[in-house]
Structures are given as C-alpha cells and as structure tokens.
Design a protein around this ligand. Structure first.
Ligand SMILES: C[S@@+](CC[C@H](N)C(=O)[O-])C[C@H]1O[C@@H](n2cnc3c(N)ncnc32)[C@H](O)[C@@H]1O
Length: 289
C-alpha cells in the first residue's frame, strides 16, 4: 500500500480528468486498480488534510488512464472488471462488456414472475460474462438455469464470475451453438433469454473504434441484416420451451417490429416490444402459445 496526502491525490485526479475521459471510467480505474471506492472518494472531501492508501502508484494509474485515452481501449478491459447491477464481474477481451441497458432484461423477468419462489427452469443463450444468468440465479435461488455460449473461454469467465458472486449451485454452463447444447432439455424450459449478436454488417463496419477494435466480433455481428441469430433462436425456441414459456430477447434499436413478426410467425402470443430507459424498443418478449 502506498500512502499519499489527500491534497496531492485530489490535485493529481483533477489533472488526469483534464486530459479527457469520463468520471465513471476514472472511478472504475480508482476502484479496481487503486482500491479506492466511490464512497472512499466521497469521504476525501470531508477530510482533505488526511492521507489515503493506494494499491498502486499514481504513476502506474496514470499510465493505464493514458493508455485508455490514447488508444480508446475500454477501461473495463484494462482494469479486467466491470460493474453491472449489483455484480462485480471479471471481463477480458473475450467477453462483451455487459451494457447498462441490458440490466433491464432482469427487470423484465422480475415484472413477469415477481418474487415467485416456485421452482422454474431457465436458459440463457449467449451468456458472455454471465451477467444476466448470474443476476437471475442470485435473485431466484430456487430456480435452475443453464447459460450457454459458443466459446468455451467465455464460459470459463462466466463460471468464474458465478463462483465469485455466489455460494449457490443453481446455474450450469454449457458450450455450443444456440440451442444445440440443450438438446436433452427439449420442452423443459419455462423461460429463455438471449441478448444475441444483432448488429447489422454495415453498422458493424462503422462502429466506434473503442467497440470495433476491442470487443469480440462474434458477440456483436448479427449477419447482413442483424437478425441472423435472432431468427435461429426464435425458430427453434418452440422445441425447447414449455407451453406458455417466455422468450425474452434483446434487439437492436430498430428491430423490435421485425422480431415481433418473427415471434408471431412462430406461434408466439402475448408479444410485446419493451422500451429501454431512453424509450427505444430494445427488448421483444413473447410466450410460446
Ligand atoms: C451480445 S453478447 C451478450 C453477452 C451477455 N449475455 C450480455 O448480455 O452482456 C452475445 C454472446 O453470444 C455468444 N454467441 C455468439 N454466437 C453464438 C452462437 N452461435 N451460439 C451461442 N452463443 C453465441 C457470444 O460469444 C457472446 O458472448
């Protein structure tokens, strides 16, 4: 631990932020690398003449911050950590950084099931860091879930995140293409969730550098029209869901209506396009018959 005066630290902090970047990213750097949480930071203003203890030197923190600013490397990857809902998750460049808007998927589940405690079986297809499944497994200890992904390395990170967040054993991780690893659970799921890759090819080619150069292409690109994976997931969902089972999908900002049509075509009912906090139809949900 390195000891430094609060005054010196606050001066240094102001200098770093004047170089660019946003407060939230800087706070993540301080929390994950220096060991200074947001509440520690708030206390500094009350005690400006005290001293603080840092896990790493200001020089090291500054080098990470400058790398972030100069190369657009996401701060979450540089720190190896992100915060999502109430979870602290490990992230590497193998996994998509879970987005704040995706947090609403969990709220949609809460809205459908409330605090029902009965047993229920869910699947998440394309779990990435494991964020959605871990949040559900923690919120509903009596539920059982299977989280899948096409990439075994991704599943290892998701599993590590689950072990670090929970002492439960109600979530399993299977590797394979969408529904394929779940063949033996046909007709068994009460609920399936997916935030699949849905960015259309042209949009993908023009994504900002901080996404396109650093986040996994396989987690983002949804084929020519962005709907390649959503189509496959919806078409096979009736084989795996119980009757009246729910399917919850995240989609691109303008895909809601098309996803709704795909659900209708595959005999889903109670279909609804759910807005995110910016009023964008980000999620499409439906029940199988
Ligand atoms: C948009 S990311 C979502 C990750 C995470 N669920 C979240 O919301 O942050 C899509 C995930 O689907 C996985 N994936 C891509 N193609 C897949 C496929 N054919 N079968 C299963 N998973 C796939 C990717 O590896 C990635 O982890």
């Amino acid at each position: 631990m390195l000891s430094i005066s609060v005054k010196e630290f606050l001066f240094w902090k102001k200098k770093q932020l004047s170089k660019g970047g946003d407060q939230q990213s800087f706070a993540l750097l301080l929390d994950c690398i220096a060991g200074l949480s947001n509440s520690d930071l708030n206390l500094l203003n009350i005690n400006p003449y005290g001293r603080i203890y840092l896990k790493k030197s200001l020089k090291f923190l500054e080098s990470v911050w400058e790398e972030h600013l100069l190369t657009s490397h996401p701060i979450q990857y540089l720190c190896g950590i992100t915060f999502w809902r109430n979870l602290k998750l490990k992230v590497t460049n193998k996994v998509l950084i879970p987005r704040p808007e995706t947090e609403l998927v969990v709220d949609i589940v809460f809205k459908i099931y409330g605090n029902k405690t009965q047993k229920l079986f869910f699947a998440e297809l394309g779990t990435g860091s494991g964020a959605i499944s871990i949040a559900l497994a923690l919120a509903y200890p009596l539920w059982d879930g299977i989280a899948t992904d096409i990439d075994q390395d991704v599943l290892e990170i998701a599993n590590e995140n689950y072990i670090n967040s929970s002492k439960q054993s109600n979530l399993r991780f299977y590797c394979g293409n969408w529904w394929t690893p779940l063949e033996r659970f046909k007709g068994k799921f009460d609920l399936a969730i997916s935030n699949p890759p849905y960015i259309p090819k042209h949009t993908y080619e023009n994504l900002p550098k901080e996404i396109k150069d650093f986040e996994p292409k396989i987690a983002l690109l949804g084929g020519e029209d962005g709907l390649k994976h959503i189509r496959e997931i919806i078409q096979k969902a009736p084989l795996f869901l119980k009757e009246k089972g729910w399917l919850i999908l995240e989609n691109h900002f303008d895909q809601g209506e098309k996803v709704k049509q795909l659900l209708l075509k595959n005999k889903f009912t109670s279909i609804e396009i759910v807005n995110d906090l910016s009023g964008i139809g980000r999620f499409t949900i439906g029940r199988y018959k």
